[in-house]
Design a protein around this ligand. Structure first.
Ligand code: M7G
Length: 338
């Protein structure tokens, strides 16, 4: 385990200091005469093309800001984008450089044994991660806008009468999931795959993790089966699949990153944003967004519940948070359920 962790740290350091290894997609783009291999607009986008329209949400504690931006075309028409800027966590091996490397360290305050400095570190020690959604839909903008949140208690009947028709009519596109499963995107990031069409899955680093440090480790397992929308669809029939995800996911993570299963939080979201069954793997010590009781269901508990009662998730009520101006919240309000 220690060896796997050390090996991984070495790799992460080499990546960070690198010359960056050429990505598979760039190879493909060269083959395609410069055209982005995934057909996604973002592949051709640079950050300087974007103009900030407003701040959707920010958190001083998490050092993160969510922006509504736009890309202005030649005709002056703006196309919406969401940009998430986040200060990255410290990387252990780079910390000594923060004090050593020549930089402006401005003394702000000195009182007895206490003083504060402000550092202006060189670029390699002051990274910011930028996640861009472009073109962004209204739903993406709503997802990141700070809003009042309410808890919904959804019975099975509510699910069938309110939630299911809603998610069938308007859900986020899951093209990005199919791109991963079909190796059209992120193929070089796959950590583990079980290719079985009914009991297999792909494990990849989550969009939220930059893979530079293990403190905020975050991976997701996307199942190959396409018809399972969420926890609500699961029955005992899916137990072999779920057990594979739990077992093989843990094994792959300890092997690649040196983090044991006992230090992983492995869970499903209800409601998920993307209705294709997936499982979150986060570092236990990391307070990952969406890991709180009103949204996270531990995979081991889900497996036990299904083993006891195949129709457990078609019987019980489930609680989840909804933002006040989400259309689904309005549907629950109209039905007098809030
Ligand atoms: P969710 O519970 O459906 O929604 O989880 P949430 O985003 O509200 O938590 C989907 C997970 O997939 C999240 O942890 C996202 O960060 C992650 N994710 C989303 N996208 C669009 C991508 C992507 O393109 N690639 C990867 N690797 N992860 C993604």
């Amino acid at each position: 385990r220690g060896a796997a962790r050390a090996q991984w740290r070495g790799r992460a350091r080499a990546m960070a200091e690198g010359p960056q290894p050429k990505r598979k997609r760039e190879d493909e783009e060269e083959k395609n005469g410069g055209a982005p291999a995934q057909g996604g607009a973002a592949a051709a986008l640079t950050l300087s093309d974007l103009r900030v329209r407003r701040i959707l949400r920010e958190s001083a504690r998490d050092k993160i800001v969510f922006l509504h931006a736009e890309r202005v075309g030649l005709s002056g028409e703006g196309t919406d984008a969401v940009v998430i800027l986040e200060k990255t966590p410290f990387q252990e091996e780079k910390i000594p450089d923060l004090l050593k490397k020549p930089m402006n360290a401005e003394l702000q305050m000195h009182n007895d044994i206490y003083c504060t400095f402000y550092l202006s570190p060189p670029p390699e020690l002051s990274e910011i991660k930028a996640t861009v959604v472009y073109p962004a839909t209204e739903k993406h903008i709503q997802k990141y806008l700070r809003q009042e949140v309410h808890l919904i208690r959804e019975t099975w009947e509510d699910y069938k009468n309110i939630t299911l028709p809603f998610i069938q009519s308007q859900s986020f596109s899951i093209q990005w999931v199919y791109n991963i499963l079909e190796k059209k995107a992120e193929a070089d990031r796959i950590v583990h795959e079980n290719p079985d069409p009914s009991n297999g899955f792909v494990l990849v680093p989550d969009l939220k993790w930059n893979q530079n440090q293990l403190e905020d480790l975050y991976l997701i397992a996307l199942v190959h089966r396409r018809e399972i929308k969420s926890l609500r669809d699961l029955t005992a029939e899916h137990l072999p699949l779920l057990r594979n995800v739990l077992q093989e996911g843990k094994e792959a993570i300890v092997k690649r990153f040196g983090v044991p299963g006992s230090q992983l939080r492995i869970y499903l979201h209800y409601q998920p944003s993307y209705h294709h069954l997936h499982v979150h793997f986060t570092a236990l010590g990391y307070d990952a967004p969406g890991s709180s009781v009103e949204r996270a269901h531990l995979l081991a508990d889900v497996i036990d519940n299904l083993a006891m009662d195949s129709t457990y998730y078609q019987k019980r009520a489930l609680t989840f948070p909804l933002r006040a101006d989400e259309p689904l919240f309005k549907k629950f309000q109209e039905a007098g359920k809030v």
